[in-house]
Design a binder for this molecule. Structure first.
Ligand code: FCB
Length: 782
């Protein structure tokens, strides 16, 4: 077997989950789940319930051998107790379709969508929920068992327990360490009782799916073997116990880790752990599903309070590390996959493994000729190399499932996350394969990776073919006149035959130009800014299309500012794109003094001669405000983000100006950040201070989505009692319930203007700043 191919019979496929793709939330008697209650996004998702034949066809076309999906518990038991046979009809159809397509189904019973009725009866902190789960397992297996070979009981119980009941960022949104620990135990018990029920119903194979993250310090991210201080070693071990061993030990050894019991006892006592529970949980299973995305990076930090998602973690800091990250902000460390598989094989030998989820969220750019998601391909490829190495070292991994088939509804993050191999346009439900899907199809076809990547011809290859020097090739490429016509045509022939793409090296050999452009980013704010990310992607691909090499630089500290200025002063780049210069710092001025052309995304905080591209924030906010007034709203509030942001200042100015013209007084609430939680908090404050408030304009859509949630919690109907308007028109805005009225900011146009501005400046042309129009998009929320 070559180093790139996988064992014979290795299973390739994808994973999905019911709530994230199905939609049809009241079809055939389905009841509400905790996610229907918790989520503020439109529940249609990918409408897979109706479009499953198309989705199965996609998988078939890609050559998938396996499909892991989840069954929606509230379809089967809408009120938590009464069986609804019609709810299983959908899975009946799905299974038939899969089997006809030659795809092996892997059915997962619990992917976080607890029937709301069972949450009302106590949820996972109640032992009865585990008992109910066993009944649900029996009902599903009796109906579908003739076509399902492998079952998984629960998916990622850590997330369900600690994000659902501990930190409260997932449904049902409770925040109690005690509830989190009891939930974790009852989810494990549900697995144990479910396993028994499935076996009794004749299931061939049963497993559970765990999210496993190697835990390490920042220094270990680039050097796994790095020795640790005693304090750091303790911090790493404690988080490993909370995140990983809390689940692996009971499942695979029938016991809780000894160092965990005192932590649980302090939080809630141990009475919820009954005699016999661990024996049931630890019954042998056939397959352990592993979901891997990223390591957990921590270090000892005595003053740190416990993270609510990890009760018992006081004195430990969760660190961000300067590695490449996905759009989720998750560090990309592929070798952690080999590390964790080695560890599982050593500490829990004898169990078959399957990678049941691995994949990445990146901002995709949809172009006329496809979606070229190179980042996602690289991510999966590197993880497959790590997986292949672990298998060679003896890890018993039987298959690999990409998360996920379709762009979908990513829990609390809504539709903005893009994990799919297939792009979904949520306005039309049109599916389009991304490059990663086609690439994965080839991986499946050859049962592994290509041995080496196709080599790009270099300057040397062209020189050898044309029998000239490198400098001569470079001269021809750069269009210099000093080359004879015969030599020129033989070089051009070689270039054409070899498919050579001249790169910076070729160009810089005879010109002073580096052909490099620095793309300088201020640190992305907490909560993320999907539009800026999209502009960055577009502008990068446009400049690359124009033959430029992009050097990404992060401007997050005074030291990094100094380094960037030095880099530009040394003429290591021809030009700089700086974005978004939202803080009142002097970086733009310092860079422009180097004489190297600089352009900005967004109007700078400090008035400057450096040209920028911005959108008409004032005009947009004024239009939104006038719209609210024209609909008869009289008590208008605005949720502003942090006031040091120029964009926020401009949007507020537009809002104020429009109110002034109408003779109305502004009501304001400041949000600490630009994320949903800040929007919800600011709305609560506004409603508390001004009970007669009838409209809110939020400075961004994320804030507005938070406002929708807070309005619902406060019992205000949108738009009847309260109109909510956002700004930006991110993907998620059209997917909320009700859909959000907002101000559309042109993304592609901004990138285009930015690229044009820079290219003109590189050619020495005079340029001025560009302000692009915004447009009010009226939807149901106003
Ligand atoms: C996993 C979940 C899956 C999806 C991915 C991104 O934790 O199982 O539903 O949210 O993360």
């Amino acid at each position: 077997m070559s180093t790139a191919s996988f064992p014979q019979g290795f299973v390739w496929g994808v994973s999905t989950s019911a709530f994230q793709i199905e939609g049809a939330t009241s079809a055939d008697g389905r009841g509400p789940s905790i996610w229907d209650t918790f989520s503020s996004d439109r529940a249609e998702a990918c409408d897979h319930f109706h479009r499953f034949p198309e989705d199965v066809r996609l998988m078939k076309d890609l050559g998938m051998a396996a499909y892991r999906f989840s069954v929606s518990w509230p379809r089967v038991f809408p009120d938590g107790v009464t069986l609804n046979p019609a709810g299983l009809d959908f899975y009946d159809r799905l299974l038939d379709e899969l089997l006809a397509a030659g795809i092996t189904p892997y059915a997962n019973l619990y992917h976080w969508d607890l029937p709301q009725a069972l949450e009302d009866a106590g949820g996972w902190p109640s032992r009865d929920t585990a008992r109910r789960f066993a009944g649900y397992a029996t009902a599903v297996a009796e109906r579908l068992g003739d076509r399902v070979g492998t079952w998984f009981t629960v998916n990622e119980p850590w997330v369900a327990a600690f994000l659902g009941y501990g930190s409260g960022i997932h449904a049902p949104g409770r925040k109690s360490a005690a509830d989190a620990f009891t939930s974790a135990h009852h989810l494990l018990l549900a697995h144990g009782l479910g396993l028994q029920a499935l076996r009794a119903a004749g299931a061939a194979k049963v497993g559970a799916v765990m999210n496993i993250s190697p835990v390490m310090t920042p220094a270990q991210v680039s050097d796994f073997g790095r020795p640790l201080s005693e304090e750091d070693a303790e911090a790493v071990a404690r988080i490993d116990t909370l995140a990983n061993r809390q689940f692996l030990d009971p499942l695979l050894r029938g016991e809780y880790p000894a160092d965990l019991l005192p932590v649980i006892e302090r939080a809630v006592g141990l009475d919820h752990i009954h005699d016999g529970d661990l024996a049931a949980i630890g019954r042998p299973m056939d397959l352990l599903g592993i979901n891997y995305y990223a390591p957990l990076v921590v270090q000892a930090q005595p003053s740190e309070p416990a993270d609510p998602a990890f009760p018992g973690s006081e004195g430990i800091l969760f660190c961000t590390v300067p590695t490449a990250v996905t759009a989720m902000g998750w560090p990309i460390v592929p070798n952690c996959l080999s590390l964790l598989l080695g560890r599982i094989s050593r500490d829990y030998p004898g169990i078959d493994l399957m990678i049941t989820e691995n994949g990445a969220d990146f901002v995709d750019v949809v172009t006329g000729d496809g979606i070229h998601d190179v980042d996602r391909i690289n991510f999966i490829e590197e993880h497959l190399r790590a997986l292949r190495a672990a298998i060679a070292d003896g890890a018993r991994v039987r298959g690999y499932l990409v998360w996920t088939l379709l762009d979908n509804l990513e829990w609390a993050d809504g539709y903005q996350r893009k994990f799919g191999l297939v792009h979904v346009d949520f306005a039309t439900q049109r599916r389009r394969m991304k490059d990663s899907a086609l690439w994965y199809r080839d991986v499946i076809r050859r049962n592994g990776l290509a041995d080496t990547r196709p080599r790009r011809p270099t300057l040397e290859t062209v020189a050898a073919r044309a029998q000239v020097s490198r400098a001569t090739v470079s001269r021809v490429v750069n269009g210099e006149a000093s080359v004879s016509p015969e030599v020129r045509s033989s070089v051009l022939r070689a270039v054409q035959e070899l498919g050579y793409v001249p790169n910076a090296a070729a160009r810089s050999l005879v010109t002073r130009r580096t052909n490099a452009i620095a793309l300088v980013l201020s640190v992305p704010r907490n909560g993320g800014d999907p539009l800026t990310a999209a502009v960055v992607q577009y502008v990068t691909s446009m400049l690359e299309g124009a033959g430029k090499q992009i050097t990404l630089m992060l401007a997050d500290t005074a030291e990094s500012h100094r380094r960037i200025v030095q880099h530009v002063e040394a003429r290591l780049v021809d030009g700089v794109v700086l974005l978004p210069p939202d803080r009142a710092d002097t970086l733009a001025e310092r860079l422009s003094r180097t004489g190297v052309p600089v352009v900005l995304l967004g109007k700078p905080a400090v008035a400057s001669l450096v040209p920028y591209v911005d959108v008409d924030n004032e005009g947009g906010a004024a239009a939104a405000t006038e719209h609210l007034l024209s609909r008869g709203r009289t008590r208008l509030g605005m949720i502003c983000g942090p006031m040091d942001l120029v964009t926020v200042q401009d949007r507020l100015a537009g809002h104020r100006a429009a109110l002034r013209r109408a003779g109305a007084q502004p009501l304001l609430a400041l949000a600490a950040d630009l994320d949903r939680a800040s929007g919800a908090a600011a709305t609560r404050q506004l409603l508390g201070d001004n009970p007669s408030l009838d409209a809110v304009l939020a400075a961004t859509d994320q804030l507005a989505i938070g406002a929708l949630r807070a309005a619902r919690e406060a019992g205000r109907r949108v738009p009847e009692d309260l109109a909510v308007v956002g700004f930006d028109d991110i993907d998620a805005a059209s997917a909320t319930t009700p859909a959000l009225t907002t101000v559309r900011v042109p993304v592609a146009d901004q990138a285009l203007a930015l690229a044009r501005l820079l290219l003109s400046r590189l050619e020495g042309r005079h340029t001025t700043s560009v302000v692009l129009p915004t447009r009010l998009v009226v939807r149901e929320s106003s």
